[in-house]
Design a protein around this ligand. Sequence first.
Ligand SMILES: [Zn+2]
Ligand SMILES: [Zn+2]
Ligand SMILES: [Zn+2]
Length: 473
Amino acid sequence: MTVGSMESAQLFDAGSKGRGLRATKELNAGDVVFAEPSFSAVVFDSLAMQVCHSCFRRQPKLHRCAQCRFAYYCDRTCQTACWDEHKQECAAIKKIGKAPNEHVRLAARVIWRIHKNTGLASDSQLISVDKLEDHVADMSEEDLKRLKADVNSFMEYWSYGSKQHSADYISHIFGIIKCNGFTLSDQRGLQAVGVGLFPNLCLVNHDCWPNCTVILNHGNQSALSSALHSKRRIELRALEKIGEGQELTVSYVDFLNLSADRQKKLKEHFYFDCSCQHCSQHIKDDLMMAAADSKPSADKVKEVTAFSKECLEKIETSRIEGDYQEVAKLCQEALAKQENVLADTHLYRLRVLSVSSEVLSYLRSFSEAAECARKMVEGYMKLYHPNNAQLGMAIMKAGVTQWHAGQIEAGHGMICKAYSILMVTHGPNHSITRDLETIRTQTELELKMFKQNETVYQTMREAALKPPAESKA
Ligand SMILES: [Zn+2]
Ligand SMILES: [Zn+2]
Ligand SMILES: [Zn+2]
């Protein structure tokens, strides 16, 4: 079964979960279990003109492929690096006059690559791509309808000499992509920009409380010669000490959902019933629905919960419409109602706090934003695994907001805390960690100034924050 090998992990039979990966030696928090370049990846349709099709960075000025007029690149270097992947796609798009959707583009890239490398891209790849699970048999009517449309679109698009494939084989590849595709984010980790297939990663089973995390590293593109560029790749990183022989797991869903909701999502998207310890024992569900310590009546809790749910829907609508003043108003209303009724770990409270801190930062009400971010992070810390990547990112944002609000001591503390989590989840060479290190150096310096002379520090800060038109010389 095993076709390649890895140093720290191996395939094993994980019982009812099917295949799985386990550690072949003891691992510590922050260890890279393995790194893997994508077998194939594509940029989302909606961002095709804003994200480089080679390195997946968001860039303001991209250059278009003169042949197909569809692919965009940072520069010649990125274009050259990607040509092997794009060559056949380029000809196919030119032939039919337009690019098909992202699923079809990815399926074609996968099959072109299978032809070229017989499904194996490296010695450490443990499984041939077309041997992955497709779950086509478990798909809903709706899913199958979409699948059929994609297969038809694929047939029109596909060209590889005279080589043709049966509709069943193509459906199989689409199925693999649907339940194994990994969402790629931009270089700051803020926006999902594409989807890719990483065969070894597909073998890592899910657990809502995993011992590993997966992170996309965009590689180092700073060298002048493209031959020296490291390729975009994912890294599977250990979140805690893992013993030899222990199964390696990642989470496919955000932990901040009730166990029943996580199970529902996993069933819908990945076609399995999660029986992880946190789901079967409903661990932390009570905290995510808890009432405040002041013991409000059950009726009051019910009323505020219903109000919050409705309010979150209104908030979402206003956010989509871009009415941020309205979003801020609705958040304030919800938070006031929730006070002393819902616990600080209640999911509805945390969701309002998250939107609120984001919108208030945007509206430059930094002090209020920092207060919301602080409360949110306190709740998160009681719920998330201490090395959860989302927790690290949330603490980083909260720290930056506090810094902007002039709370230099608290802000620097948060930034240091975030840095220690990101060192585990992202590692020292990731661009997000490096950006955070720059910020940390700055806040450390400012904190020193603050401790030496508070008045001088505040004056300097006020001058720096003032809009240019109002500032006096
Ligand atoms: Zn690029
Ligand atoms: Zn092209
Ligand atoms: Zn679970």
